[in-house]
Write a protein that binds this ligand. Sequence first.
Ligand SMILES: *Cc1c(COP(=O)(O)O)cnc(C)c1O
Length: 387
Amino acid sequence: MNIKISMSSPDLTDADRQAVIDVINTPILSMGKHTPAFEKTFCDLTGAKHAISVNSGTAGLHLCVRAAGIGAGDLVITTPFSFVASTNVLLFENAVPVFVDIDPRTGNINPELVADAARNIEKYLPRNTQHATRSTLKALLPVDVFGQPADMDAINTIAQERGLTVIEDSCEALGATYKGRQAGTLGDFGVFAFYPNKQITTGEGGVIITDDDKAADFMRALRNQGRAPGDTWLQHTHLGYNYRIDEMSAALGASQMVRLEELLSKREQVAAWYESRLSEIAGVEVPFVESNTTRMSWFVYVIRFDKKINRDEIAKRLETRGVPVRPYFLPIHLQPYMVEKFGYREGDFPVTEDLGRRGLAVPFSGVMTEEQVDTVCNILHEEMKRQ
Ligand SMILES: *Cc1c(COP(=O)(O)O)cnc(C)c1O
């Protein structure tokens, strides 16, 4: 039986597709009017002063790192329970990610550990950098994991005490709210991402939001090969990149943003179906939404198995039966290049590793039907009973 359920899926209408076609029917495929129009939708949604679109979430995070003045040897406290990009952007600038462990319920960075690390940074340095001298703690880089904002008030308090920049990786949390405030607005910089499994998609793309005028100008210059305002096409004030989003992507994004509320509520509905079905299955825990999360923006649906259950065995059997699943996350500190560079070992971040071993993302998107959710849950239930 081929049940044809995909891991994730974009949610596109004819109007979304038409928006792209309309652009390709013009000669202006980059640096046209759709880029600023797309950006404006983020200022409207979040109230941020500036929105800077780029061609990936990773590019957006990288520009924030540059704008924060984070450079070689600088220390940034961040989480090992994330998609690798949140750490990689620090490595691009030869900065040193200082990992602290996470809250076991939400998977978000643990603010008490952030506070302790800010006070006693030497204790938290990676093994292979312990002799690094004169390193300065520059920034905090929390991640809104799976669409749930990190405890940003606690994190901002630490940042204010120590004069640190806060980069909020909201790439998984567009539209989420924390104590009523929009994800992405909670630090000095926020970044969203639009790969096809995200809440809205542009194919590839990202947006940075900030209230900082100078940083916004600098990031706009950096995404455009370092051209500052007033530079001609072949004048480059800064070392920059080509991180521009193209007009087709921006037009698609703007069309998707019109539907943001619909896209988010459909995902909410699918999450609710999962929650009600999965609550009946022994040995499976559903995602925890904490009270500070006044709106969860469902990105993926990650269940957790009891410690006694062999997650990988269940995952294999689900795949065999046509249900795609994915362990979420494989901890960043245990990725081969991180082990090689910093000397991390298993056991360094026990909570991250525990969630990494027990978590499994099941098929999830706003276009899933109730029947598909039922099918996934029934197959999961059968395989659990067979354990
Ligand atoms: C998706 C994502 C990004 C950015 O991904 P891109 O593929 O570069 O757009 C960054 N951080 C996290 C946590 C993400 O989930």
